[in-house]
Structure formats: structure tokens, C-alpha cells
Design a protein around this ligand. Structure first.
Ligand code: TMP
Length: 418
């Protein structure tokens, strides 16, 4: 169900494949373990009573001493993770704002008409791009439940992982692709060289590739340790991307930050023979990037403190007879709750707006996920915001509850009450 991965997927640093048989191996060239969270349930395995659960897997973060990429030591079989996937893109205002900003950016150099999205989820992004002017779009996603939702929106979707066969099928269906979009999917991919190779089949000299990922610099600076889970195999630094692309026919042409998902970067790639020049942003980001080993190590220490401190806070509030619930049944909520070792007596329930998650439980616990609709009527005393990446709009939405005395606990970047 999972395999271990001990070499850097960006720069190749790590023990040579034969090292375990070699008496000469001094073990020096290896990735460094900075945070071991133990064996945890899959964070998006929201299941109803009686439905089979896909098990527990080790979550250990390794960091490459050379390119500073963070990556998990275990790679769970994608079939287990994605064949029935409950994560749907949040139809929030923040997300719509993000799609608008992204669309504006990708149209800067050349008008975009045809778009292929890898990991197109329920088609929300492509549908939005069509509303903003894209003429032809096509999605690729391995989750058949999500591809169905996308088709219902009118977004043609190939149900498949992004492999060579899928690339062939898409390039046959869409001969001239202006933009290949891969939002929050690249760090879910184990074999990056293969991904880049398959990407090339979609790219002409004019094609712009936009890979949007959480940025390791934000993960470290904001101590977003709860983004470290089985699906996120990598925590990308720009240096690692430079190593990866070094000998490939694609190059990093520009970089831009976006506030979505707690701080993401969009990496704009083009073929080496493109006439579009490398933008100054690439060097500026490379110069500003830190992500040293000591930064990763400090991050791990703060993460452990955060877990302990939130647990103590929840227990203290429960001792005072207060009700504590969760707000947003994100994968992050699974990480927090399981790492704190809390149960349904500590956290009464987690409210969420996603119908697919209702009446399930937080993986690894008996804590129910319930519709957001009853949040105000239930009047909990405290709600821990596990969709903290949407905090501004959540605060706005729950003004009345807060005016009535309800308090949010925001766990990231540091625990605070609002
Ligand atoms: P995400 O951070 O991985 O996108 O997950 C956020 C989860 O929080 C998702 O299940 C939707 C949910 N959510 C709410 O319940 N209320 C909200 O206002 C927002 C923005 C998200």
C-alpha cells in the first residue's frame, strides 16, 4: 500500500540504489529526517459508519541537504488515495478571487484561449476560466466521483492520472494548448521527471505551463506543519525546481506568490526554445529563499510546541465546561486532531460546508463531521478554525456568532483567539 522513498525527487541526492548491499556505504549521503509525526490515518479518508477505511501510514518529513526540498519518506499508492476522493475545491470568494488573479497573470504575455488542467478536481477552476474568456478547456483527474461533478458542470474531463497515455489522449483532443495548469497537484506526484516528460507532450513553443504549489518558505515561516500529510509528498523550494529542470527541455520563466491556501507560488514554465525571456522574479525569489536545514529543524520544534499547546488549551476549556468544536473538516483538521490525540469528548464535532463530508467522521476518530448549517443554532463556545486559509471570509460569515460571544481559535501561524 506504500513504498519508501529515500532519494530526493528533485536533485537525486540520497543513497545510490545499491547502497544497502554495499559494505562501503558510509551512510553519509542521505536525506535528513526533521519531523516524524508517527503513523496516521489518511487525512481525507472521510468515511460514513460501516465504510472501509484505507488504513494508517507513516508521516515523516525528510529534507534534502543539497536542494532543501522537503519530502515524505513514504509514498502511499495513488489508487488508495485518489480513486474516491472527497476533496472538492472550496467554492469560496477567496478562491474565485484567486482564479481571477491567476487568469489576469497568465494572459499577460499572450492571450490564452485553450486550457488543459491537470488535477482538475470538480471542474470549478476550468468553469471559472470559461466564464472569464477561455474558449476551450479540458480537465484530467483520476477521481471518478470528481470527474462526474466536472462533467455535470460542462467541463470535459479525462478520468485518469496524468501519465503518458493521458498526455497522448489530451494532445490528440486539443492540438494547440495555450495554457497547461496544474494547481496543487505537482506536490502529490512521486515521479517528477516522468511528470515533466509527460508535460512536454502538451507543450508547443508558445505554451505556458503554470504549476501552483504551496511554497516551502511559507510552510516554514508560518509553521504550517498541518500541510504535511500523505497526499503532499513534497514541500517545494525554488532551488529544488532549478535542479529538477536543469537538464530538461523546460525552464522556469517566472514566479509569483498568491495568498491562496495559506501562501502558494505559481511557477511559470516554458520550453527552452520559447522566445519569452526569463523574468526577474525567478532570480529575486531564488535570492530571497532561505529554507536552510536549520530553518526546517526550527520549524519542526515549533510544530511540536503548537500541537502540545493547542491540546492543553482544548483540555483546559473542556475542564471549564466549555464546548469546543472544529470549523472546516480539512485534511489539516485530521492532522491536528490525530497528532493531539483528542477524541469526541474533547471536540464535539467539526462543521463543514462540503456535502460529501457530512455524516462522516474525522479519520482516525469518532468525531462527527456535520453540516455547517447548524453551526449558529448549536452555539458552540469555541470553534477551532481548521480552514484557517479562508479566515477572512469565515470571520465575516460568522460575525453574528462572534457578537453573541462565540470565539474562534486559530491554530496557525500561532494559536490565537478571535
Ligand atoms: P481546504 O483548506 O483543504 O480547502 O479545506 C477547507 C475545508 O473547510 C473544506 O472541507 C471546506 C470547509 N470550509 C467550511 O466548512 N467553511 C468555509 O467557510 C470554508 C471557506 C471552507
Amino acid at each position: 500500500m506504500y513504498k519508501t522513498h529515500q532519494t530526493c525527487r528533485a536533485c537525486g541526492y540520497g543513497p545510490p540504489p545499491s547502497a544497502i548491499y554495499s559494505k562501503c556505504d558510509d551512510g553519509k549521503q542521505k536525506l535528513l529526517s526533521v519531523l516524524d509525526l508517527g503513523v496516521l490515518p489518511l487525512p481525507n479518508a472521510f468515511r460514513k459508519a460501516g465504510e472501509p477505511r484505507p488504513g494508517h501510514y507513516p508521516i515523516e518529513l525528510l529534507v534534502c541537504p543539497r536542494c532543501k526540498l522537503g519530502q515524505l519518506s513514504a509514498v502511499v499508492d495513488p489508487e488508495v488515495l485518489y480513486s474516491n476522493y472527497p476533496y472538492v475545491t472550496s467554492p469560496s470568494h477567496m478562491m474565485q478571487d484567486h482564479f481571477r488573479a491567476l487568469w489576469k497573470r497568465v494572459n499577460l504575455e499572450r492571450k490564452i484561449e485553450t486550457v488543459v488542467e491537470i488535477g482538475s478536481n470538480d471542474g470549478l477552476c476550468l468553469e471559472s476560466l470559461v466564464h472569464m474568456g477561455a474558449q476551450r478547456v479540458m480537465g484530467i483527474d483520476p477521481a471518478s466521483n470528481l470527474a462526474e461533478l466536472a462533467q455535470a458542470r460542462g467541463v470535459i474531463t479525462l478520468t485518469s492520472v496524468f501519465d503518458r497515455k493521458a498526455a497522448d489522449m489530451v494532445s490528440a483532443a486539443m492540438p494547440a494548448i495555450d495554457l497547461v495548469l496544474a494547481r496543487h497537484v505537482f506536490c502529490h506526484v512521486d515521479d517528477w521527471e516522468d511528470f515533466i516528460h509527460n508535460l512536454l507532450w502538451l507543450c508547443s513553443r508558445e505554451t505556458l505551463v503554470c504549476i501552483e504549489v504551496p511554497y516551502a518558505q511559507n510552510t516554514i515561516d508560518e509553521c504550517q506543519w498541518d500541510q504535511i500529510y500523505a497526499e503532499h509528498l513534497s514541500y517545494l523550494t525554488l532551488r529544488s525546481m532549478e535542479y529538477l529542470l536543469d537538464c530538461s527541455p523546460l525552464r522556469l520563466q517566472a514566479v509569483q506568490s498568491f495568498p491562496i491556501h495559506g501562501g502558494a507560488i505559481a511557477l511559470f514554465l516554458r520550453r527552452n526554445d520559447s522566445e519569452v525571456k526569463r523574468h526577474d522574479s525567478v532570480q529575486a525569489y531564488l535570492d530571497a529563499e532561505r529554507c536552510a536545514l536549520s530553518d526546517w529543524e526550527r520549524f519542526a520544534l515549533v510544530a511540536r510546541d503548537q500541537i502540545t499547546n493547542l491540546k492543553l488549551l482544548v483540555r483546559d476549556l473542556r475542564d471549564q465546561g466549555k464546548s469546543v468544536v472544529g470549523y472546516g473538516a480539512s485534511a489539516k483538521s485530521t492532522m491536528w486532531i490525530n497528532c493531539m490525540g483528542l477524541n469526541e469528548k474533547d471536540i464535539g464535532c467539526v462543521y463543514d460546508t462540503t456535502p460529501q463530508k457530512w455524516y462522516t467522521t474525522i479519520p482516525g476518530t469518532k468525531i462527527p463531521v456535520v453540516p455547517h448549517g447548524s453551526f449558529y443554532a448549536d452555539k458552540p463556545d469555541y470553534a477551532i478554525v481548521w480552514a484557517w486559509n479562508f479566515l477572512p471570509e469565515i470571520l465575516e460569515k460568522e460575525t453574528r456568532w462572534r457578537q453573541d460571544g462565540g470565539k474562534f481559535i486559530v491554530p496557525v501561524p500561532e494559536i490565537k483567539m478571535l
